[in-house]
Design a protein around this ligand. Structure first.
Ligand code: FE
Ligand code: FE
Ligand code: ZN
Length: 282
């Protein structure tokens, strides 16, 4: 029997986490993603324990699972600048401790850009940031996002993500660190998920391990394979196409995972339509 597909979208938290969860329910989603902070800055909204209890109770009642907190884009865990690294560690620490209060939640961040220091130094710094900032006994599950490989981005190759996980030993051994696969990014990064999804999943399994795949971002891609541009398109309006996504969410190796839309929709209703199109039969 096919298990229920867990699908949702990125939601604004202008009405708080509870508001986002309610919007998710209203569009027929089972999960949602949100920014833990101002994505271009770093300021965060602080929730009282009472607010979090209310949010958790609402999720339990309405069937919302695995809310995913996305880190701000300003986080660079392998910067050459001391103050940028300090900010990255602060966010990693505070956000993973905050999310630990939400059952089943995930935290996702872009591994970072090495800006000229080289991939090896970048990987080492990201692992160090994680090891120093995160309390393995007080964290949600952490995801490194697969990247398009723009500029000096780390994480455009599965092997780079595997190397970070390998060096974040305590988190790795506790099963608290893995990967969020972004369909636009991996396609952009050169993995042919359209022509050979099974082959790409085999390659992922051989490097990171499918047991460490915790989430999937479902975005169509404005540009073709290996373009390294990172431009999301609405489902069916890019190079991947609707049939690809309908197949993806039903793939036997992936059906247990949460899927999050991050398409350039201008309304939450648009996400609802994408969800219905992906879940439609036939
Ligand atoms: Fe992202
Ligand atoms: Fe993404
Ligand atoms: Zn992207």
């Amino acid at each position: 029997m096919q298990s229920k597909i867990i699908i949702g979208a990125h939601m604004s938290v202008s009405g708080g986490l509870l508001g986002a969860a309610k919007t998710a329910v209203s569009i027929g989603a089972d999960t949602f993603q949100f920014f833990t902070r101002n994505p271009q800055g770093g300021a965060r909204r602080v929730y009282t324990d009472g607010e979090l209890e209310q949010f958790n109770a609402f999720c339990a009642e309405s069937g919302i699972q695995k809310p995913l907190g996305h880190a701000p884009y300003t986080l660079n865990a392998c910067s050459a600048k001391e103050n940028v690294l300090e900010f990255a560690q602060l966010v990693l620490r505070e956000d993973t401790q905050f999310l630990a209060k939400i059952p089943g939640s995930l935290f996702n961040f872009h591994p970072g850009s090495h800006v000229g220091q080289g991939v090896e130094v970048g990987i080492e710094l990201i692992a160090k940031s994680l090891n120093e900032a995160v309390d393995v006994n007080n964290t949600c599950t952490i995801c490194l996002e697969t990247m398009a490989g723009k500029g000096s981005e780390i994480g455009g190759k599965f092997s780079e993500l595997a190397a970070i996980i390998d060096r974040a030993e305590a988190l790795r051994d506790a099963g608290k660190i893995g990967v969020c696969l972004d369909t636009c990014h991996v396609f952009d990064g050169g993995y042919d998920i359209l022509g050979d999804l099974d082959g790409v999943l085999r390659e992922f399994d051989g490097t990171v391990g499918l047991g460490r795949l915790f989430a999937v971002h479902i975005n169509d891609s404005k540009f073709g394979i290996s373009s390294h541009k990172d431009r999301h398109a609405n489902i069916g309006q890019g190079h991947l196409g609707l049939p690809f996504f309908r197949k993806l969410v039903r793939h036997p190796l992936l059906t247990h995972l949460p899927f999050y839309l991050e398409t350039p929709q201008d309304s939450e209703q648009g996400y609802g339509e994408e969800i219905r199109a992906i879940l439609a039969d036939g």
